[in-house]
Design a protein around this ligand. Structure first.
Ligand code: UDX
Ligand code: ADP
Length: 463
């Protein structure tokens, strides 16, 4: 099948950048990204590419090049489905907040709605690609909906999980470690796989394109994220031991990372991992394991989350303890709110949980993040439902620049590793603060000797 039109349902962190890169690399394919959210679509269509809804280095240039040529953003979902030969599903799959599997299973409500819409609208054969991270066997559910409610046309379901990381999305899409495509072993299934392989072959070399059955592909995505998160929890577990024993976790990480079997990446101790994927995918893995009665497997992976929660709590407890067991009415400056640098995404960011703990102790939080609005911060806290929204409003402050955020603060907590934090005028920050002036470096990015020479009391994770 020659692919000339692609549709992607969901213009979020996954759908937006992925489709922008496909459109850039395949000028002969028309790519239409649709979303129910009108505000989001009009932001994607904003003439000024600084205003597109997702901040990713390099994304604005790609959108500027392809948009209007063969990349389109629209709210006309039915039309795009009808015209396309391949339909990507990139809608959100949050952890369920109700009913069976609450707090563990992925909520497939949005996926099912998409499947039903595709079934209703499609008048010709389609390839439907799962792009969102989904529990194993979702393809089966999608297939069943499509086959039993459709207009008698043929659907092939492929799993093509996305491995991009936020902040490096464009780079990850342009030169991926691998592209994974899972499909049926039938002849039609293999043809569908080939059609998608041909799309990626426009810029990815053949040895990097892996094809598997659907279930292997779905499970590989969960497994990759579980392994990555496990490395962080492992090094974070060692960070607590280092603090007690006088070892330095950065030195330990460097020493073990030089073992080529272990490798140096993803060994940075931190206040805890965040992001929309790790926790959600592990909870999902745990849920799947439990549903097959594999309790030891479930417990094993759940420990990665338990360790991560512990790390966040440990960080906030340490702030309170160090500040003489009281932070009531004290100004605590946060540098960073995003879950990592170079993104405006705050989902599951450690900052939210640390702020929540400190607000319980009646602290005032003064945040500076170069990409996150105060509205988003307050929403993040409201989502936890720990206290009335007005109280969150009263507890979170933002300032135009970091120097104002830190002025008169008793302590600074580094929650995101934004590069710019390192280059601040730390003497000026110190001069404006209450004394003793504390820095709790949740990302181990600042220079201990330099800060101590200025007069700061400096604490990193794991040393
Ligand atoms: C992750 C996976 O990397 C990606 O392949 C998948 O498609 C989606 O989930 P992402 O969540 O965007 O990507 O970011 P990632 O770079 O993996 O970081 C996740 C969290 O772990 C961040 O909060 C980051 O700060 C933290 N982290 C990462 C550490 O604390 N230490 C590390 O060594 C690495
Ligand atoms: P992700 O990180 O997985 O990309 P996001 O929440 O950033 O998740 O994006 C998912 C997008 O999918 C949202 O913009 C949401 O409005 C959109 N969406 C959800 N359900 C549908 C649907 N049935 N039709 C069109 N868009 C949808």
């Amino acid at each position: 099948m020659k692919i000339t039109k692609i549709c992607c349902i969901g213009a979020g962190y996954v759908g937006g950048p992925t489709m922008a890169v496909i459109a850039q690399k395949c000028p002969h394919i028309q790519v239409t990204v649709v979303d129910l959210n009108e505000e989001r679509i009009s932001a994607w269509n904003d003439e000024n590419t600084d205003n597109i809804p997702i901040y990713e280095p390099g994304l604005d240039t790609i959108v500027a090049e392809a948009r209007g040529r063969n990349l389109f953003f629209s709210t006309e979902v039915d039309k795009a489905i009808d015209e396309a030969q391949i339909i990507f599903i990139s809608v959100n799959t949050p952890t369920k907040t109700y009913g069976k599997g609450k707090g563990m299973a992925a909520d497939l409500k949005y996926i099912e709605l998409c499947a039903r819409q595709i079934a209703r609208v499609a008048k010709s054969n389609k390839i439907v690609v799962e792009k969102s991270t989904l529990p194993v066997r979702t393809a089966e559910a999608i297939k069943s909906i499509l086959d039993t409610t459709g207009n008698g046309v043929q659907f092939q379901i492929l799993s093509n999980p996305e491995f991009l990381a936020e902040g490096t999305a464009v780079q990850d899409l342009l030169s991926p470690d691998r592209i994974l495509i899972g499909g049926d072993t039938t002849e039609e299934g293999q043809k569908a796989i080939q059609a998608l392989v041909d799309v990626y072959s426009n810029w990815v070399s053949p040895e990097k394109i892996l094809t598997t059955n659907v279930w292997s592909s779905e499970l590989s995505k969960l497994t990759a994220n579980a392994f990555l998160a496990q490395r962080i929890s492992s090094i974070n577990a060692m960070s607590e031991l280092c603090e007690k024993t006088g070892a330095d976790v950065n030195e330990v990480a460097r020493a073990i990372g030089m073992d080529s079997r272990i490798g140096p990446k993803f060994l940075k101790a931190s206040v805890g991992f965040g992001g929309s994927c790790f926790q959600k995918d592990i909870l999902n893995l745990v849920y799947i394991a439990k549903s097959y009665g594999l309790n030891e497997v479930a417990d094993y992976w759940e420990q990665v989350i338990i360790m991560n929660d512990h790390q966040k709590r440990r960080f906030s407890n340490n702030i309170v303890q160090t500040l003489y067991n009281t932070v009531a009415d004290k100004k605590i400056a946060f540098l960073g709110w995003a879950f990592k640098k170079d993104t405006n995404d705050t989902r599951e960011s450690a900052a939210i949980y640390v702020a929540d703990d400190l607000i319980n102790e009646q602290a005032k939080i003064a945040v500076y993040d170069p990409k996150v609005s105060r509205k988003k911060m307050v929403n993040d806290l409201n989502y936890l439902e720990t206290r009335a929204a007005e109280e969150n409003e009263r507890s979170i402050f933002t300032f135009e620049n970091p120097y104002l955020s830190c002025e008169n603060a008793h302590a600074i907590a580094i929650l995101t590793e934004w590069d710019e934090f390192v280059n601040y005028d730390w003497q000026r920050i110190y001069d404006g603060m209450q004394k003793p002036a504390f820095v709790f470096d949740g990302r181990n990015i600042l220079n201990k000797e330099k800060l101590e020479a200025i007069g700061f009391v400096y604490q990193a994770i794991g040393s």
